[in-house]
Design a protein around this ligand. Structure first.
Ligand SMILES: [Zn+2]
Length: 148
């Protein structure tokens, strides 16, 4: 997942930071904060790595679709953003329901990318990397095999 976000950040010209955090439940599983310098994705730390990947892909789906979503009160998440003024946040989205078209679209992106990466795990020749996550991203985004 870090490789995917690094590549996406390069193409967007903005660094993407992934930050696991023990988000309170019930509540959002993931949040995306857009600042002038970078995008910050905060995701639930207290779940499986596979679920964490899906949460991050969901937020990436919002980025790719340029969703605006309903405003999220950044003050509510101050503890997650040390050193960042709430006023510096240009956009904030959180994932907790699927009842809007934007949430549905982001979820679809997460599902398609995740499933495609999973399928490629089984059909892609061996990639020189011991990290399963890195192999999946490389397979999904590699030449003539990916969804892009
Ligand atoms: Zn969402």
């Amino acid at each position: 997942m870090p490789d995917l976000c690094q590549a996406l950040g390069r193409s967007r010209g903005r660094h993407i930071e992934l930050r696991p955090y023990p988000l309170p439940t019930p509540g959002p599983l993931g949040l995306w904060f857009e600042t002038p310098a970078a995008d910050l994705i905060i995701f639930q730390r207290e779940t499986t790595p596979l679920h964490q990947d899906h949460i991050v892909l969901h937020e990436v789906g919002h980025m790719l679709a340029d969703h605006r979503g309903p405003a999220v009160a950044a003050d509510q998440w101050k503890a997650l953003l040390p050193g960042l003024r709430a006023g510096a946040i240009q956009r904030a989205l959180q994932r907790c329901t699927y009842d809007t078209e934007e949430e549905w679209e982001a979820e679809l992106v997460a599902t398609i990318v995740g499933e495609w990466a999973s399928v490629l795990d089984h059909v892609t020749p061996t990639v020189r990397n011991d990290d399963l996550s890195a192999r999946r991203v490389q397979a999904a985004l590699g030449d003539r095999q990916g969804w892009l």
